[in-house]
Design a protein around this ligand. Structure first.
Ligand SMILES: C[S@@+](CC[C@H](N)C(=O)[O-])C[C@H]1O[C@@H](n2cnc3c(N)ncnc32)[C@H](O)[C@@H]1O
Length: 266
């Protein structure tokens, strides 16, 4: 008991969590930190970035030196990019009064990274396309969000954001031993998986992703749905597959898969 507490404390890192996101891997941070501490890399690519919470937190903790975030959905990518480019994003968030009228006006009148950020903070589970939460400011978290945006902005020289396709960007880094990969694709290998409803870009050739990772030279970690389809793929590629417990946004217990090529350290 004592030992496990000590172990989890040593892998705990500060989350750099700017906006909530469906399928966010914030809960996986201690395991990801432990993995990339044991399997060092200079640069990390997160080809399905979403909120980028894993890569940004590893960078902030000094576990990696550079971060490449790739995200296909332009709204999500624009928030990530704005954290690097817009020195006023944090100030504007700090000054924004989170009332229903203000949020509705913002959503009606603006198509900007700031609008997507506020929308993600004020709607159900960070989905830009859903209606506002009845308890509008429950997840506004002014101080925490402002501090995280400032932190990301301060690290901007070490971060690249690409609004593009994982399958175009990943091959550029595959042969470089110094580049690690944390891949958290939409969970859509099984036609019945929830991932199909959660993301604008949900169609994915999972076998192609497995094949790319099989030829990846640096360390990599893949998360996937605990479905028979994925377990079979992992078996075919002789990857290590571990079921890890987590709680969904609705507080339901479930298991997801952590898949890797090397000796397990999690
Ligand atoms: C499971 S979510 C990532 C969540 C993220 N790990 C987090 O903690 O917030 C998967 C993301 O991959 C994006 N995506 C889907 N297909 C993609 C592709 N071909 N290239 C890049 N991004 C893609 C989706 O838009 C979605 O944001």
């Amino acid at each position: 008991m004592k030992n496990s507490k000590i172990r989890s404390a040593s892998s705990a890192i500060l989350p750099i969590h700017v906006f909530p996101y469906p399928g966010s891997k914030r809960w996986l941070l201690p395991r990801a930190a432990k993995f990339f501490r044991a399997h060092e890399c200079q640069t990390l690519i997160e080809p399905f970035a979403g909120s980028g919470v894993v890569g940004l937190s590893l960078l902030n903790a000094g576990i990696i030196k550079k971060l490449v975030l790739v995200e296909k959905y332009h709204k999500t990518a624009s928030v990530l990019q704005a954290m690097l480019d817009d020195p006023e994003l944090a100030d504007r968030y700090a000054a924004f009064e989170c009332t229903r009228t203000n949020v509705e006006n913002l959503i009606r009148n603006e198509e900007s990274a700031f609008r997507y950020l506020v929308h993600a903070r004020c709607c159900y589970r960070g989905r830009f396309d859903l209606s506002l939460d009845p308890q509008l400011d429950a997840h506004f978290c002014r101080e925490k969000v402002v501090a995280s945006i400032r932190r990301v902005h301060a690290m901007r020289d070490a971060i690249v954001v690409i609004n593009g396709d994982a399958f175009v960007e990943m091959p550029k880094y595959a042969a470089d031993r110094n580049v690690g990969c944390f891949a958290d694709p939409p969970y859509t290998a099984d036609p019945r998986s929830r991932g199909h409803q959660l993301y604008r870009h949900h169609r994915l050739n999972h076998q192609k992703l497995f094949s790319l990772l099989a030829g990846w030279h640096g360390p990599w970690l893949l998360t996937e749905d605990n479905s028979r389809m994925v377990r079979r793929l992992a078996l075919c590629y002789r990857f290590h597959c571990k079921r890890v417990p987590m709680r969904t946004a609705l507080n339901k217990k479930k298991k997801e898969l952590m898949i890797s090529r090397r000796r397990r350290v999690f």
